[in-house]
Design a protein around this ligand. Structure first.
Ligand code: GDP
Length: 190
């Protein structure tokens, strides 16, 4: 099982469509259909988790509930999940993370990343909307620091993969890293 997680509007549906040719987009109103959507892909199950975090028109308690349900799903399926793809919006992620930090809160993307690490789930961070990012290298280096990792992008080429789901940029690289991680995951689990 491969899960895709990310805030709403980061381009998760666009990415899944690009990778699998399958359309997972829920209705226009975010947060309305909150169940994980499962699709078959190359003999595996891909699970599109509901988007989390702020969604305009969705009350805070509903956002919290969505987050709790995602956490529970991941915990319940931890032994089946071979890989997680955390999709972030490369243009706005840093700004949002810093806003949360200033309020003394743990940014939700960082929290999910660390949660996946604690469960030993191999994770790829797909840094989407790279077409809108001016200094990619600096942005990814700062993200790495915010995610609590030591080192630079050089050390995490197999974790932080910049892409543009909309324009199809660097998707081959993402596919390659996904394949690699799945192979490692298989080896790890015997
Ligand atoms: P989701 O809520 O995470 O599933 O996000 P969607 O896939 O619905 O995308 C949200 C918006 O971001 C849409 O308007 C997409 O066209 C746009 N989008 C998705 N990927 C990219 C990208 O790589 N670059 C840019 N500029 N926009 C993107």
């Amino acid at each position: 099982m491969i899960i895709f997680v990310g805030r709403s509007n980061v381009g998760k549906s666009t990415l899944i469509f690009r990778l699998t040719g399958k359309y997972v987009k829920r209705g226009k109103r975010p947060g309305v259909t909150r169940k994980p959507v499962e699709i078959g892909w190359r003999g595996k199950t891909i699970v599109d988790m509901p988007g989390f975090g702020f969604m305009s028109g969705v009350p805070k308690h509903v956002q919290e509930k969505i987050k709790t349900e995602i956490v529970r799903f991941i915990e319940d399926n931890a032994d089946k999940i071979e890989l997680a793809v955390l999709v972030i919006d490369g243009k706005s992620a840093l700004e949002i993370i810093e806003r949360w930090e200033k309020r003394g809160e743990i940014p939700i993307d960082v929290e999910f990343f660390q949660f996946l690490q604690e469960l030993n789930i191999p994770t790829i961070v797909a840094v989407n909307k790279m077409d809108k990012v001016k200094n990619l290298n600096a942005t990814i280096n700062r993200l790495i620091e915010k995610f609590g990792l030591d080192g630079t992008w050089e050390d995490y080429k197999d974790v932080f993969v910049p892409i543009s789901a909309k324009f199809g940029t660097n998707l081959d690289q993402l596919r390659k890293v996904i394949e690699e991680k799945l192979r490692e995951s298989q080896g790890r689990r015997g």
